[in-house]
Design a binder for this molecule. Structure first.
Ligand code: SF4
Length: 402
């Protein structure tokens, strides 16, 4: 499929909207009352620190909703206002936040059902409205919805669209896109659907394996097996790594994406020489600032004298997991939770570990005075952060009164 031509046609269709419907002011008031928090504003105004009783809270200086997510949520609310009677579907969670997604369902914005891991679009009829989430949708899904005559509301973040343009350029120049991301993540699925030849690497270690193969060759079968789920159909490492371009899932660690880009630049320079570099390597500069700002703020936060860190965000949120990774690398006790219900009475907390396992930790709040670092992922509303802080204040106040 000529994905570029298809997108151009889609963008000119009267069934397609990516700019909203002119209800911004009404929706802004509603969003403010549902998702914003006076307490968080107060903490921001006090230089991101608040002390109450035995607890001092340090909030990261950048956290929570990024503008891409805010924009997507606002567009979804606008869609409901604009189409009060129509059936409205989402191809996926609008963002990776359980509270926001639950609110969507209360507004009768439904998810496309998934059967055995496959979305069942048969439920969607002509004239239904379908919202594409902030991290986008695959070109095949867009085409299917367009063919069905659905009204498509595309909330894909412009930063994600920029990455799609990058892989389109790779395709045009016959470069293989090396995508730094998670092959199962919806954003990476969408990005790879716009790419020609592609290979998805999860981290620097996998990238080094690929770079070594480029320079020294290796076991072809092992390579193919290793990346079986993470490459374009028919990918041949002996032919398809002669010209490469870099792209990423926007929520990966920016520093790691840059390292991966540098690694492939060096590798191609070493193999083909500096004068031929441009024939074999395309650099990349479309990393989302919001993700980077949150990561930088987390790096500052972990420098403070903290007893523990609470990282708040959806369990399938990639950027939240990256924040937790920073805390773990610093050796700080850190607890990734998705909402306040994970904090239980009796000093228990149920939290997600980096490997995805859920564990319950007892006595997670130390006795006496404590300093707690707090941050949240790009899809977490301030209200959820407020609930967590209030709960910690409440538990410590009760404990000290005993
Ligand atoms: S994290 Fe960045 S790319 Fe993702 S939705 Fe937010 S602004 Fe867009």
């Amino acid at each position: 499929m000529d994905t570029k031509a298809f997108k151009r046609t889609l963008q000119h269709s009267e069934n397609y909207n990516r700019k909203g419907f002119g209800h911004q002011a009404e929706v802004a008031t509603q969003l403010q009352s549902e998702y914003q928090s006076h307490l968080i504003q107060e903490i921001r105004d006090r230089n991101y620190t608040l002390q109450r009783g035995d607890v001092t809270i340090h909030l990261a200086e950048a956290f929570g909703f990024c503008w891409g997510v805010e924009r997507a949520v606002a567009m979804a609310y606008e869609t409901r206002k604009h189409f009060p009677q129509e059936r409205i579907w989402m191809t996926n969670e609008i963002i990776h936040n359980p509270d926001v997604n639950q609110r969507m369902q209360e507004m009768k914005v439904e998810f496309i059902p998934v059967e055995a891991g496959i979305k069942d679009f048969s439920i969607v009829d002509t004239g239904d409205v379908v919202i594409l989430p902030a991290f986008g949708a695959s070109v095949q899904e867009m085409q299917l919805l367009n063919d069905k005559g659905c009204k498509i509301v595309d909330t894909t973040c412009p930063w994600v669209s920029k990455v799609w343009n990058t892989v389109e350029k790779h395709k045009k120049g016959d470069y293989t896109s090396i995508i730094h991301g998670k092959y199962k993540h919806e954003e990476t699925v969408a990005t790879s659907s716009f790419a020609g030849k592609y290979l998805i690497v999860l981290n620097l270690r996998e990238a080094e394996y690929v770079a070594d193969y480029i320079l020294n060759g290796g076991n072809r079968d092992e390579f193919i097996q290793k990346f079986a789920k993470a490459c374009s159909p028919g990918f041949d490492p002996d032919k398809d790594l002669e010209r490469v371009g870099i792209a990423n899932q926007t929520t990966m660690l920016k520093g790691e994406t840059e390292q991966i880009g540098k690694l492939f630049e060096r590798t191609m320079m070493q193999k083909y020489g500096p004068t031929e570099l441009n024939q074999h390597f395309q650099s990349f500069n479309t990393i989302c600032d919001a993700t980077q700002e949150r990561q930088d703020a987390m790096l500052e936060l972990v420098q403070k004298n903290l007893d523990l860190i609470v990282v708040i965000g959806g369990f399938n949120s990639s950027n939240t997991t990256q924040l937790q990774q920073i805390a773990i690398e610093r050796g700080l006790p850190s607890y990734h939770i998705n909402n306040v219900e994970r904090i239980k009475l009796g000093n228990f907390i149920e939290h997600r570990q980096l490997n995805g396992d859920m564990v319950i930790t007892e006595n997670w709040l130390p006795e006496g005075e404590i300093v707690v670092g707090i941050t949240s992922g790009a899809s977490t509303p301030d209200k959820v952060v407020e609930d967590v802080i209030e709960k910690i204040f409440g538990l410590k106040a009760t404990a000290s009164a005993l």
